[in-house]
Design a protein around this ligand. Structure first.
Ligand code: IMP
Length: 425
């Protein structure tokens, strides 16, 4: 069975945990977009691991982890991550990690440009500052440098020279920033090429062969539907297609090979960075939920903005991604609340809209229409099965299911692998 896991909100839904659980029964675990802007946290055996580029399934033996062509790879960050994993005595070598020769490489000038645009531009996105947008821009402009180029010294030399010629002009004239030295980058990145060479692979062929031979593939989406370049709250989005459709382009695996799409949501909503957020808390609840849910970015440590569950968004995400099952994470964070709200629709200029608005003004100014539910007001972290959850907690989940329109199959009540309740009807 080939399964895609996607975020149905603004990222940080807890996909890492569901991926970790499902990877047990998968042979190949594949990243298809994004880069080290992502941060997937998993807690195994009391240890907390945060992965940015390597699929978290690297923690399991006999799995092949793949970084697909749709990913942008910062080799420095990747090598650091490999080292951290190896220090835990976990194997990372060419037998369990494969990197697409077509993936694009993040350079120092991408990182610097990302930061300069945020500091000096007029439209601050609140990016992670990892150079993701500028790297994807180069890919689309057809002057990007791919992993295959990095491995070929003659090609790398030519492409880097070309890039720096144009980019140094921009750094100098537009941003009044120092220019980049060809020699320094060439030397540094040739070193990375030597270290990463063993992982190079035509991952599209590898995955298609695997699918043909009946192996199971788990596609791990990074970020979330509303950070998707096309379907998110543009321009406050990331620069890749994080929806399930993105996996075909980002891996070379065709849509007919995808058996199921699982969407991951929090029992409430969070977002990092700028942009519209209709159900954002305006009261003291912001601090309360942020503290209880430890809502700080896994990549940048920035405090996440928090708000109520938004069914308008999740319904849209279910449609766009073809989600048939949902995992609801962090239900325990709502333990102490007397009442819990769910946004069912928006109101703008007296009109009710039930579908996610594409108009930027509506997105910014719409007010949520809420329904209120009584909280359960008791700790649920130690509950062993779904049926043992307090009645009001089950009623909340059942309401989320009805109003969203996809089966809720997993309910998470804590950070450990074991704290995930399987819901069977
Ligand atoms: P970028 O991907 O660094 O360009 O950032 C663009 C937007 O996506 C910003 O609002 C970031 O906070 C957000 N973003 C990027 N990656 C993640 C993630 O893994 N989780 C949550 N938000 C993210």
């Amino acid at each position: 069975m080939n399964i895609a896991i996607v975020g149905a909100q603004w990222g940080d839904e807890g996909k890492g945990k569901i991926i970790d659980i499902l990877s047990k029964d998968s042979d190949f675990i594949v990243r298809y977009q994004g880069g080290n802007n992502a941060g997937h946290t998993v807690v195994v055996g009391g240890k907390r691991y945060i992965f940015h580029l390597i699929p978290s399934a690297i923690l399991r033996s006999n799995k092949t982890c793949v970084i697909g062509n749709g990913v942008v790879v910062d080799p420095k960050a990747l090598l650091e991550e490999i080292e951290v994993v190896r220090k835990q005595r976990i194997k990372v070598d060419k037998t369990n990690l494969k990197i697409s020769l077509n993936s694009h490489i993040v350079f120092p000038y991408h990182r610097v440009l990302d930061k300069l645009r945020e500091e000096k531009g007029t439209n601050k996105i609140g990016t992670t500052g990892r150079g993701i947008g500028p790297c994807y821009s180069d890919k689309v402009s057809r002057n990007g440098i791919r992993f295959a180029d990095l491995l070929n010294p003659a090609v790398f030399r030519l492409k880097l020279k070309d890039n720096l010629k144009e980019k140094n002009e921009i750094f100098n004239k537009v941003y009044h920033f120092k220019t980049f030295s060809f020699q320094d980058i060439y030397k540094e990145y040739s070193g990375y090429a030597r270290q990463l060479k063993e992982f190079a692979c035509d991952t599209a062929l590898l995955l298609n062969k695997a699918a043909k031979n009946g192996k199971s593939i788990l596609f791990e989406g990074a970020q979330g539907t509303f950070l998707d370049l096309d379907f998110g709250t543009y321009p406050y989005v990331t620069s890749s297609n994080s929806i399930s459709g993105g996996l075909c382009v980002g891996t070379g695996v065709s849509p007919d090979k995808i058996d199921k799409v699982i969407g991951v949501v929090k029992a409430y909503t969070t977002r990092v960075g700028e942009g519209p957020f209709p159900t954002e808390f305006t009261s003291g609840l912001m601090d309360k939920i942020r503290q209880k849910g430890m809502e700080y970015g896994a990549t940048t440590g920035r405090p996440r903005r928090c708000g109520w569950f938004d069914a308008v968004m999740v319904r849209y995400a279910i449609t766009i991604n073809g989600i048939s099952e949902l995992a609801v994470m962090k239900l325990d964070v709502l333990d102490n609340l007397k009442t819990i709200k769910i946004c069912t629709a928006y109101k703008f200029k007296g009109k009710v809209c039930k579908d996610f608005p594409l108009d930027y003004e509506v997105m910014q100014k719409a007010t949520p229409i809420y329904e209120e539910h009584p909280g359960w007001q008791e700790p649920i972290a130690k509950v062993a099965t779904y049926r043992l959850l307090p009645l009001n907690a089950r009623k909340y989940i059942e309401r989320l299911e009805k109003i969203s329109g996809a089966n809720i199959r997993y309910v998470s009540i804590g950070s450990k692998r074991e704290d995930t309740l399987l819901r069977t009807k």
